[in-house]
Design a protein around this ligand. Sequence first.
Ligand SMILES: NC(=O)c1ccc[n+]([C@@H]2O[C@H](COP(=O)([O-])OP(=O)(O)OC[C@H]3O[C@@H](n4cnc5c(N)ncnc54)[C@H](OP(=O)(O)O)[C@@H]3O)[C@@H](O)[C@H]2O)c1
Length: 193
Amino acid sequence: MGPGQRRERRHWQRIRAGPLPAWFQRDHPRARRAETPPRGGKIRLLVIDAIKASWTDEETDKKVLNAVTGVQLTMLINNVRGAGAARGAWAPIMQRSAGELDALINLNAAFMTQMTRVLIPVLAQRQRAAIVNISSAAELVPAPYLVAYSAAKAYVSRCSVSLDAELRVESQGHIDVHSLIVGAVATPNASHD
Ligand SMILES: NC(=O)c1ccc[n+]([C@@H]2O[C@H](COP(=O)([O-])OP(=O)(O)OC[C@H]3O[C@@H](n4cnc5c(N)ncnc54)[C@H](OP(=O)(O)O)[C@@H]3O)[C@@H](O)[C@H]2O)c1
C-alpha cells in the first residue's frame, strides 16, 4: 500500500448528518453498502433532523463536534435538501403554511449555514480543506411554485461566494468554499418532488 492509499483510507471517514432514513436497518442492502466503505475505511452516522434541529442552545453544536472528534476532517459537503417538505414540491407560496415555509428554509439554507459555522474550526485544523455546498439550477431561472426552494438555493450559492472570500482571510486560504449548481438528476427522492 503506497502513501496515497494510506491517505485515502484515513480520509474515508464520512460523517452523515440527516434524519434516520427508512433504509437504516442493518439487513437492508443500502445500509450494507453504506457500511462497506472502500479499503477498510470507517463511517460514522450522526442523525439530525435538519428541519427541527435547534441551534440556539449548544446541544446540537456539541453533537456535531462529538461526531468528528478524532476525525481528520478535510471536506464538508452540504447536500441536504428538500423541495416539498410537508406537501408535493410544487405549490403556490400562498398555499404553503408558515411552518412549511420555515421547514423549507431550514432544510435548504439554515442547516447548511449552521453546520458550516460549527465545522469551520475543525476544517481549519487541516493544511487544506474544502466546503462544497450543493445548489440547484432552480436558482438560475424563474421557478414558479418552487419559490422558497429556489430562493434558498440562491442563498446557498451567494453564501458560498462570500464565505470563500471571508475564509481567504480568516483561514489564511486553507479552506476553499465551492457551490455546485446541479441540474435535474434522477435520484430516489427527486421522483417524489
Ligand atoms: N435531484 C435533482 O434533480 C437535483 C437538482 C438540482 C439540485 N439538486 C441538489 O442536489 C442535492 C442532492 O439532491 P438529491 O436529489 O440527491 O436529493 P435527496 O435524494 O432528497 O437527498 C437529499 C439529502 O437530504 C437529506 N434530508 C432530507 N430531509 C432531511 C432532513 N429533514 N434532515 C436531514 N437530512 C435530510 C436526505 O436524507 P435521506 O438520505 O435520509 O433521505 C438526503 O441525504 C440537494 O442539495 C439538491 O437540492 C438535486
